[in-house]
Write a protein that binds this ligand. Structure first.
Ligand SMILES: Nc1ncnc2c1ncn2[C@@H]1O[C@H](COP(=O)(O)OP(=O)(O)OP(=O)(O)O)[C@@H](O)[C@H]1O
Ligand SMILES: [Mg+2]
Length: 345
């Protein structure tokens, strides 16, 4: 039975989202699906494929399909605004035609890169406290074995390093939990005022430790009850992380403010956590929610930070279909605002 290449092409096109191109015996494009046209342009039709899919081995690949019926895939890089990487495969077709399949693997490659960077970051963060612990254990077993004063001092450092590892692991678990649930829409009826009061009272002690106080300004319309469809634990975690940062990075003896208001259309409840401090330079703002991103690694590490708090905040806010906004005046106020859709609005 003789097969019409065009019928074949139509059947394949229905099955895939990748670029599909039918090339005739002269290497000219006979058909191209929408994905291929989006990538290479409608101009490819009736033109030699080599003009637009510019790769040194493209003609060799088409020839070996004609001659031997097979060839190896090519890796093709294309630069638009960003670099895209395609794996291009070739299949022999009747009448010396060739079917060219362009699989965009950019997303997979960047995902693999993110994953390996993540593992490298976690390992690095765990290695520092582990190295410190191993070092102190060795010292306590040898040179400082009989030094009571050094023992007390070293054990305190070891405790702090172990606590750092514990915090890192807790944050990682928290992050993976919220990431796993990001596509699920949380649906408890949560009163934001309760969340704010609970978290504030749990942080009072830490604030007082730095001579700071936490003050709530409720600027909501009097009749409005700030209820959101959400998950209370997660909303508490957002506020906890923002308050913790405000206390950690704010000036000693300064005030931390929590401001509760609505957006202009009364559709969203806005919760802002405001602190006075050195602030954050503008170039860092878009990157703060990346995992492990810290403005001043050495300094924030000393403060016990792993750079995961805001990554967790961002995921929870996304899950609640909310928004996070950050502004900072150097030496002035730093404001982290989270918006959540108001229930019934
Ligand atoms: N209120 C703030 N003022 C100044 N810098 C801030 C403030 N909040 C966050 N940052 C900066 O953003 C970085 C990222 O914050 P994030 O909460 O994600 O991590 P962290 O506080 O370092 O560690 P973790 O929250 O995981 O313990 C911090 O390291 C700090 O440099
Ligand atoms: Mg933090």
């Amino acid at each position: 039975m003789k097969t019409d290449p065009h019928t074949f092409f139509d059947s394949f096109d229905l099955l895939i989202d990748d670029g599909l191109i039918l090339v005739d015996a002269n290497g000219e494009v006979v058909r191209a699906n929408q994905a291929a046209i989006n990538t290479l342009g409608a101009r490819i039709l009736n033109q030699p494929l080599e003009y637009y899919l510019r790769h040194p081995d493209i003609n060799q690949a088409l020839n070996s399909i004609k001659e031997f019926g097979e060839t190896s895939p090519l890796t093709y890089l294309r630069y638009d605004d960003v670099q895209h990487e395609y794996v291009v495969k070739f299949v022999a077709f009747p009448d010396d035609h060739c079917l060219v399949f362009m699989n965009d693997v950019t997303a997979r490659i960047s995902f693999d890169k993110i994953r390996s960077e993540f593992v490298a970051n976690v390992s690095h963060e765990l290695r520092s406290p582990l190295t410190a612990l191993t070092g102190f254990i060795e010292t306590l077993q040898t040179t400082a074995a009989d030094d009571a004063k050094a023992r007390v001092e070293f054990l305190a450092i070891m405790q702090e390093e172990a606590a750092r590892m514990q915090r890192l692991i807790d944050s990682l678990l928290s992050l993976s939990r919220v990431e796993a649930q990001e596509h699920l829409y949380p649906n408890d009826d949560v009163q934001m005022l309760d969340v704010i009061k609970d978290v504030t009272s749990s942080m009072m002690h830490r604030a007082a430790h730095r001579g700071m106080s936490i003050e709530l300004s409720n600027n909501l319309p009097q009749t409005l009850s700030p209820r959101v469809l959400g998950k209370k634990d997660e909303l508490s975690e957002v506020l906890h992380n923002l308050l913790e940062n405000a206390i950690k990075y704010g000036y000693e003896n300064s005030k931390v403010k929590i401001i509760l208001e609505t957006d202009t259309h009364n559709k969203m409840v806005k919760t802002s956590v405001v602190n006075s401090g050195e602030g954050i330079e503008e170039i860092h703002l878009p990157r703060l929610t990346e995992r492990f991103y810290r403005v001043d690694k050495a300094r924030t590490r000393k403060l016990g930070g792993t750079g995961l708090g805001l990554a967790i905040v961002k995921h929870i806010v996304n899950r609640h279909r909310g928004r996070l906004q950050i502004t900072s005046d150097l030496g002035g106020e730093t404001v982290f605002t989270v918006y959540f859709p108001l229930l019934g609005a």
